[in-house]
Design a protein around this ligand. Structure first.
Ligand SMILES: Cc1ncc(COP(=O)(O)O)c(C=O)c1O
Length: 393
């Protein structure tokens, strides 16, 4: 049933076994389309996380939680310091807020309408929405392709883009949709730009533990000066596949800066976490079982990335592509194809694979699709078999 319309290209994989009746990923397209769009994994959450949530609810301990220096806050800040070198954060340098609300809150708190925010595009759509909703001007500094097709920041264009109205630089590391993991030299150059122009830096580091070619370097760890101008957003949603639990954290070494954001979220967003999500995140970052799950999952994703890279080299030489250094997202430049104007629509209709269209990442994303390969290898194989005849040229 699953692949009846494509017998000639099917691998025979039982790809519908990953069907999740409760997820948007699996219920957005028709049932004959393999969904490889929204950034959720097909793999179930680590059992130890599911058990932690169940235990918390089963114990009937769902009252308003303790605040301040809780085990979860200690664990998050400890992990940022010891694993990633982001030291010096105290418990009152943090606000629980998932990342998209964090983008909106910071855009509004750090600007007034008519001012400007600069971004590197293409970029995860909610950044663009947050800027529009804050009624500020968006200044795009399109990323450029290096010789190996990997995106690079155009620093000359960045200098030419900034104006006296610019207040904030919003950044994404690892970068969605391209999967770039920014190197220290790149971060230092952006930091220098931010400091010279006296901007604020908002950096979304939600994919920070999905890194294949690292290291991931937290932007705020670059220098004490940049830390004072930076708000970092992160959370467990991508690393541990817990997006539906809606939890994240906003941290900054600059309490005053956090208080400006607090003034926007005050009364709209609770400062304490949802207790089920709190239990999940604590289990995710404090148990060896979750650590093992993370390592295995990252290995599977890395192997999928390599498979996608080989597939494109062998079967789709006209696709512009560089392997993701982080995330589980492949960013495919399909401008060489006759159907490039609406590539996701075309591939959904003709290959029955559901991808994200590049235009949702800003004008620089036109003629691209984003492919989420956080799935089982045989499901990826089935999707690639379906795509192959359309990418052959
Ligand atoms: C870069 C980035 N930021 C934020 C989000 C969503 O974050 P949240 O669910 O915490 O609002 C995503 C989801 O894919 C993402 O890729």
């Amino acid at each position: 049933m699953t692949t009846a319309s494509f017998p000639e290209h099917s691998t025979g994989a039982d790809w519908q076994r990953a069907y999740d009746p409760k997820s948007v990923k699996w219920n957005f397209y028709d049932r004959d389309v393999i969904p490889m769009w929204v950034a959720d994994m097909d793999m179930p959450v680590a059992p130890v996380i599911a058990e932690a949530v169940a235990r918390r609810v089963h114990d009937s301990r769902v009252a308003y939680p303790v605040r301040g220096r809780t085990p979860l806050v200690e664990a998050i800040l400890g992990r940022l310091a010891t694993r990633h070198g982001l030291a010096g954060l105290e418990h009152d340098h943090a606000i629980f807020l998932s990342c998209v609300p964090g983008l909106h809150a910071t855009a509004r708190a750090l600007t007034t309408p008519g001012e400007a925010i600069v971004v590197q595009t293409p970029l995860y759509g909610p950044f663009l929405d947050a800027i529009a909703t804050a009624r500020v001007t968006r200044q795009d500094n399109p990323l450029v392709r290096g010789t190996d097709h990997q995106y690079e920041i155009d620093f000359d264009h960045l200098e030419a883009t900034v104006t006296p109205a610019t207040r904030v630089l919003m950044f994404c590391n690892p970068h969605n949709p391209s999967g770039r993991v920014w190197r220290r030299a790149e971060l230092e150059t952006v930091a220098d730009f931010v400091l010279r122009h006296r901007l604020w830096l908002v950096t979304d580091e939600l994919h920070n533990e999905l890194v294949h070619d690292g290291p991931y370097i937290p932007f705020a760890s670059i220098s004490p000066e940049i830390a004072q101008r930076t708000i970092t957003l992160t959370g467990p949603a991508k690393t541990f596949n817990t997006a539906g639990l809606s939890i994240g954290i906003m941290v900054s070494h600059n309490r005053e800066l956090l208080n400006r954001v607090r003034a926007v979220t005050h009364g709209l967003v609770q400062e304490y976490p949802n207790v089920a999500a709190e239990a999940a995140w604590l289990a995710a970052i404090t148990t060896p079982e979750a650590d093992a799950w993370h390592r295995e999952t990252l290995a599977m994703i890395g192997a999928n990335r390599d498979r996608l890279t080989r597939f494109l080299a062998e079967h789709a030489p006209a696709v512009g592509y560089a392997p993701s250094q982080g995330t589980y997202l492949g960013w495919l430049d399909v401008r060489a194809y006759p159907w490039a104007e609406h590539p996701a629509d075309y591939l959904k209709a003709h290959a029955k694979v559901g991808l994200s269209d590049g235009t949702s990442y800003g004008p620089a994303g036109a003629g691209h699709v984003r492919l989420n390969y956080a799935t089982y290898p045989d499901i990826l194989e089935e999707a690639l078999a379906r795509l192959a005849p359309h990418l052959a040229l």
